[in-house]
Design a protein around this ligand. Structure first.
Ligand code: FAD
Ligand code: 2HG
Ligand code: ZN
Length: 501
């Protein structure tokens, strides 16, 4: 009975979503069109070299990493200070010009790309480290700093960034915070909602919200910085961040394991937590199809177990401070899981080159898929026991079509990446995937966005995970922060709700 009710209310949500979807692609006519006087104003504030109008220079800024989403912006701005961001936003707000904040442009849901002629606000010019406290590990930096550069800088002082992802060479900390990026070590260091201590952000009207503090504890009023974390540029432009960096582990071990079936991956996970305890820092999985694709499309990737073919592979990492102790623990864990037949074959990386080689496979899957062609990406939180059934059911639904369905992800976080690689983006193919994937996930009370966000891809789909009153409250928050709706329109919230003022 309860289940029936749930499905009825879910069907109602779907009906509402269909209505949202039909309006999502139209330009909000209340936004102004760019005029020469606007460009001249921006030149005065930012200087000529930071006002980009050249069509060739705009092209990569109008296109996302996957080549799936593209916009038609005629203007990109590159402010170098919070004050400049504030002046630009205050002007856009007065003029009713829509703005898209863009960091490293590595997002996978079309969040950093205009849909129409929105002005692109690049954060790359905000690239200074402000301070680093080598006692507490607190880093304060501008939003446009590249994640890998920050990791190198804090690494030199014995610390590490609390997140790591395959896009680290281009993504920016402001983009990471704005998407609440998860990545490969969330299992160990937790989410950015815990690591970020403070944020400086500029609201649509130019107001600077300064919560850029370095305190571990502060219970004065509402914790507004949390609202910016994961808000995908719809509530404000993050201009600076302070965050807590953990000590850099001096002993790191990585092993690569072949496992016979998905149920066993979970048994290995349970055992890893029991045996490795506090030193377990990553537990990732991918299927044979993902491995095959990566070996085929990425040069220089070597199969660590060339003689073993099995449906699932795991990358298990430990990070600690005592080489001998950690190594002994890992050996003990491996002996157990192999003796008990959970793991068919495995190898431990012997040096940093081999560690990089194993991570290269896992981190290379997205890049390999990009080389393979167009890809539909789904980033789902699902109870781990059921996670892989979705990949199998999707494969079954699409049997006979010219697609490759692969599954991989952060098993330790219950986060599946379901990717459907195809020859072209095609509505006929999409019909086999959506809304099936979203309905399947909602029926298991999962999330349709574990870590990538909603962007433009899933703005109309939030109702699959969040109930209507919650979406309504989010809309009110959006209206309070950005009453004219100029910040990253058409993203995160269904357009009908976001502009209903
Ligand atoms: P962008 O792509 O430029 O922007 C992302 C969103 O944030 C947009 O909505 C944009 O408007 C907004 N934004 C950016 N900067 C600001 C700012 N300063 N203020 C306000 N809004 C802003 N993601 C994961 O979570 N985990 C992974 O493991 C992971 N691996 C990846 C691997 C690869 C190879 C690739 C290509 C992507 C991966 N991603 C992953 C997705 C992506 O890298 C993350 O979402 C990342 O945090 C985006 O950062 P960015 O600087 O590129 O942001
Ligand atoms: C990863 O975990 C990233 O590798 C990217 O989140 C996932 O490309 C994807 O679908
Ligand atoms: Zn991921």
């Amino acid at each position: 009975m309860q289940l029936l009710q749930y499905h009825r209310s879910f069907a109602a949500t779907c009906l509402r979503l269909v209505r949202y979807a039909s309006t999502a692609a139209s330009r909000n006519a209340s936004f102004a069109a760019l005029e020469d006087t606007d460009t001249n104003f921006f030149r005065d504030v930012l200087g000529d070299s930071n006002v980009i109008t050249d069509i060739d220079a705009l092209q990569p800024l109008n296109e996302d990493w996957m080549g799936k989403y593209s916009g038609k912006s005629k203007l990109a701005l590159r402010p170098k200070s919070t004050e400049q961001v504030s002046k630009v936003l205050a002007y856009c707000n007065d003029r009713h010009l829509a703005i898209v904040p863009q960091g490293g442009n590595t997002g996978l849901v079309g969040g950093s790309i205009p849909l129409f002629d929105e002005v692109i606000l690049l954060t790359a010019g905000l690239n200074q480290v402000i301070s680093f406290d080598a006692v507490s590990g607190t880093l304060v930096c501008q939003a446009g700093c590249i994640l890998e550069h920050l990791d190198n800088q804090v690494g030199a002082q014995g610390f590490t960034m609390p997140l790591d992802l395959g896009a680290k060479g281009s993504c920016q900390i402001g983009g990471n915070v704005s998407t609440n990026a998860g990545g490969l070590r969330l299992l160990r260091y937790g989410s950015l909602h815990g690591s970020v201590l403070g944020i400086e952000a500029v609201l649509a009207d130019g107001t600077v919200v300064d919560t850029l503090q370095t305190l571990r504890k502060d219970n004065t009023g509402y914790d507004l910085k949390q609202l910016f974390i994961g808000s995908e540029g719809t509530l404000g432009v993050v201009t600076a961040v302070s965050l807590l960096c953990p000590p850099r582990p001096s002993a790191v071990h990585v092993c690569y394991l072949a496992v016979p079936d998905f149920a066993t991956t979970q048994k290995v996970f349970v055992r890893a937590r029991q045996k490795l305890g506090e030193i377990l820092s990553a537990f990732e999985f991918f299927d044979q199809q993902a491995l095959d694709l990566t070996l085929k499309h990425l040069e220089g990737v070597r199969n660590p177990l060339p003689d073993t073919q099995t449906p699932f592979y795991l990358v298990v990492e430990t990070s600690g401070s005592n080489e001998a102790h950690d190594s002994e623990k890992l050996q003990g864990f491996l002996e157990e899981v192999m003796e008990e037949g959970m793991v068919l074959d495995g190898t431990i990386a012997q040096d940093s080159t081999q560690i990089a080689g194993i991570w290269g496979i896992r981190e290379g899957i997205s890049v390999a898929l990009k080389h393979a062609g167009p890809v539909y990406k789904y980033d789902l939180s699902i109870p781990v026991a059921e996670m892989y059934s979705l990949v199998e059911e999707t494969r079954h639904r699409m049997a006979g079509l010219p697609v490759e369905v692969v599954g991989y992800g952060h098993l330790g976080d219950g986060n599946l990446h379901l990717n459907v690689s195809c020859q072209r983006y095609d509505e006929e193919i999409l019909k086999h995937i959506e809304p099936f994937v979203y309905e399947w996930t909602a029926a298991r009370k999962g999330s349709i966005s574990a870590e990538h966000g909603l962007g433009q891809m899933k703005a109309d789909c939030i109702g699959y995970t969040k109930p209507q009153p919650v979406v309504q409250l989010m809309t009110q928050v959006k209206q309070a922060f950005d009453p004219k709706g100029i910040l990253n329109p058409y993203k995160v919230l269904p357009q009908v709700m976001a502009v209903a003022q």
